[in-house]
Design a protein around this ligand. Structure first.
Ligand code: TYM
Length: 464
């Protein structure tokens, strides 16, 4: 099993086109079946071009939905659950590592990056290029190196960035005489390295307006298909037509049924089929391919809690990996020393603390746990919002508290509301899992814990 990592930027309007699907997402779907895959919504990267608050937040939402719909539409629930899907800005270590990598990255290396050079080819002068765009390959290097992936699936346009990443990682390892970073390899299947747009000339790209969308209204997709470049030398449908360079056939090679596509190619060469007929077949094939994903898209759009839960899980898993790498980086460069505040000091950082989820719960059952002289077993209800957020696990949790020795009895809890921590890893107690923790305060001189009533508060409310 190998580790893969990739990202997509919520640029343009945030929506995905078939170039992104063929060049990136499709590989990911195949790889996810048998490998460990991290997939990121690279929202910080979008800041290089999008500086409108509303547009950025809209684009991020659109891309999250588009990606999840494709992944879930093509994978089984089990396969989908294995993918670690997250937002770059949910993991602060990306920018922290970028700051450190800035110092081992020579200016010349970044000046040679296409993203920056392409901008200078356009109407923008060097003076006006923002530093985010200029330094974008360093942020991308941080995105990759934090997770030590074996391979980075991307289209050809991103190959140089993976090479720059290798360069930066090699320099870091050399300067600090260690092997903290693994040098990643790009993973670029030749046939989809650069999918051309509907104009047949340039790479399919939102900014060039030569895309075929996946989740747009059917009428828009039909128009995009109908305007696709075919064979300009063919004046009448009865003229013999060319397949090479004909974008409709280029797309059909991926989306059509091969027998039917061969028949159509033959007929096209002989002038026995019209452009419109071939385009209609492409449209139908696209719709057929993306029906499951388009359905999931609608479902997810109507269920933001479910989307949030997926992102929460992703952030939790990625933070664990990213913070481990950052610890190694800090040690390697000399930031860790006798005065470092670390977990060994017993302190939690604000960031760590903010990950503790505390909610108001109502005790609907309370009993002494059989076989124990300490434990009271509580069944706690956290209400419908919690049930929605916990993907099918329902609204109740079993939570133990070991307070009988202080004179507490089940009736002290039954039908009352308290504060609970709801996102702890379950712990086995007397043959049963405790799925959280009730909060208590020390009573001062006597050691007896006191439970703070939350009776007046809405069930399931989160403590911020
Ligand atoms: P982005 O958002 O421009 O593109 C996302 C992915 O789609 C591929 N792609 C294409 N492949 C073939 N043909 C096309 N016409 C086509 N258009 C887009 C891109 O190559 C890419 O794989 N900087 C990256 C996002 C990123 C990233 C990362 C990727 C940020 N951090 C870490 C990998 C690893 C970008 O802007 O891709």
């Amino acid at each position: 099993m190998k580790r893969f990592l990739s990202g997509i930027t919520p640029s343009g309007d945030g929506s995905l086109h078939i170039g992104n699907y063929l060049g990136a997402v499709r590989q990911f779907i195949e790889l996810a079946r048998a490998n460990e895959c991290f997939l990121m919504v690279a929202d910080l990267h979008a800041l290089t071009t999008i500086q409108d608050k509303k547009q950025l937040s809209h684009n991020i939402e659109t891309l999250v939905l588009n990606e999840l719909a494709l992944l879930r539409g093509f994978l089984t629930e089990e396969e989908f659950k294995k993918i670690i899907f997250f937002r770059q800005s949910d993991v602060a270590e990306h920018t922290e590592l970028q700051s450190i990598l800035n110092n081992v990255t020579p200016l010349g290396l970044i000046k040679r990056a296409h993203a920056y050079k392409d901008k200078l080819q356009g109407e923008v002068s060097e003076e006006d290029v923002n530093m985010g765009l200029f330094c974008y390959p360093i942020l991308m290097a941080a995105d990759i190196l934090l997770y030590k992936p074996d391979l980075v699936p991307v289209g050809k346009d991103q190959k140089q960035h993976v090479e720059i990443t290798r360069d930066i990682a090699g320099r870091f390892n050399k300067i600090y005489k260690n092997n903290v970073f693994k040098l990643p390899e790009p993973y670029i299947p030749e046939e989809v390295a650069a999918v051309l747009g509907t104009d047949g000339k340039r790479k399919m790209s939102k900014s060039l307006g030569n895309v075929i969308s996946i989740f747009e209204d059917e009428e828009i997709i039909r128009k995009q298909v109908m305007s696709t470049y075919t064979d300009p030398t063919r004046v009448h449908a009865t003229d013999s037509g060319h397949i090479e360079g004909n974008m409709v056939f280029a797309y059909l090679d991926f989306f059509g049924e091969s027998g039917k596509v061969d028949e159509l190619k033959e007929a096209y060469r002989k002038g026995q089929v019209t452009d419109v007929e071939v385009k209609n077949y492409l449209y139908d094939s696209l719709m057929k391919t993306f029906v499951p994903a388009r359905k999931v898209y609608e479902e997810l759009k109507a269920n933001p809690q479910k989307v949030k839960k997926i992102l929460e899980n992703g952030a939790e898993k990625t933070r664990a990996v990213a913070s481990q790498t950052m610890q190694e980086v800090r040690e390697a460069i000399g930031l860790t020393n006798a005065y470092s505040l670390s977990n060994a000091s017993g302190y939690l950082t604000i960031d760590e603390f903010s990950r503790v989820e505390m909610r108001v719960g109502k005790v609907i059952e309370a009993t002494n746990k059989e076989g124990s002289d300490k434990l009271i077993r509580l069944v706690v209800d956290f209400g419908p919002d919690f049930a929605k957020a916990s993907s099918g696990e329902g609204s109740t949790r079993i939570i133990f508290t070991g307070v009988r020795e202080f004179g507490y009895q089940p009736s002290d809890f039954l039908n009352k509301q308290f504060f609970f921590v709801t996102n702890l890893a379950p712990r086995r107690m007397m043959g049963e899992e405790s799925q959280g923790m009730i909060l208590a305060v020390d009573s001062g001189s006597e050691k007896k814990p006191i439970f703070i009533s939350a009776d007046e508060m809405p069930i399931g409310a989160r403590v911020w």
